[in-house]
Design a protein around this ligand. Structure first.
Ligand SMILES: [Zn+2]
Length: 256
């Protein structure tokens, strides 16, 4: 056995050995075209299939690359869905969905201020979101309308991401804004009035749970709704109010 043969064989085994190492050592971010390495497992709850920036996007939007719909994009759909629900309140699927949201409100337990929710598991924070909507007297019909709006929006979006997770996150973000956070204002303080705006995190697993609840309330209705509006949406103005004035919606407090 010559020295060079041994060296060659050694090198070959070395290569073989490296190839046999667990594949996670070499993984790249799964987003097509992204050259960054996927993240190693950490405790921050971000997905390890993606690089940091795509993992963060995924936590916030429910897709690693598709951005969330803006209010201007989704409001015409919300408005169309609300008008359709009001016109079909006696439909049994409509009544059933509204009842399901009412049940989420009833079963949510006592309301807690947003700043007390830090550190609670995402499932519990999602449940508290329902208590918050109940406290602010948000019409359950509005919650149902959000799921319908998201389904219609994804259906019409040629670049839509048609995953359950994306739809859940989109629905949760809108529902979350219907009654989000705790707002406090102190008239006096160093440098004038002080304000505290605490919005329970609009990212991560809490959104997935809220979205799952919304879907659970409205998916049967969506599956059985024969004449969901399409025409209204083409006529709708991007700046349209998402809800008619006769429906009670909590106004977001303005700064200053
Ligand atoms: Zn990436």
């Amino acid at each position: 056995m010559t020295k060079s043969w041994t060296r060659r064989r050694h090198r070959k085994e070395n290569v073989k050995g490296r190839a046999a190492e667990p594949s996670h050592m070499f993984k790249n971010c799964r987003v097509v075209g992204c050259k960054h390495p996927a993240r190693a497992g950490t405790q921050d709850g971000l997905d390890t299939r993606f690089c940091r920036s795509h993992a963060d996007h995924y936590a916030r939007h429910g897709s690693p690359y598709k951005r969330s719909y803006s209010a201007a994009e989704i409001n015409p759909y919300r408005r169309a869905a609300v008008e359709w629900l009001l016109a079909n309140k006696s439909d049994r699927w409509v009544a059933n969905s509204i009842q399901r949201v009412a049940t989420l409100y009833t079963n949510a337990g006592p309301h807690e201020e947003a700043f007390r929710l830090r550190g609670l598991p995402p499932r519990e924070r999602a449940t508290k979101a329902w208590a918050r909507l109940r406290k602010h007297d948000i019409d359950p019909l509005l919650v149902v309308s959000v799921w319908l709006a998201v389904e219609m929006m994804v259906r019409d979006d040629i670049q839509g991401v048609d995953t359950v997770e994306f739809k859940r996150v989109q629905a949760a973000k809108v529902v979350h804004r219907l009654a989000s956070g705790t707002h406090k204002r102190w008239a006096q303080g160093v440098g004038g009035a002080k304000e505290l705006h605490v919005y329970p995190a609009s990212r991560g697993n809490v959104l997935r749970y809220i979205g799952k609840d919304v879907q659970g309330a409205a998916e049967l209705l969506y599956a059985n709704a024969k004449d969901l509006p399409t025409a209204n949406i083409e006529k709708a103005n991007a700046s349209a109010r998402p809800t008619p004035r006769r429906i009670k919606v909590r106004r977001r407090q303005r700064k200053g």
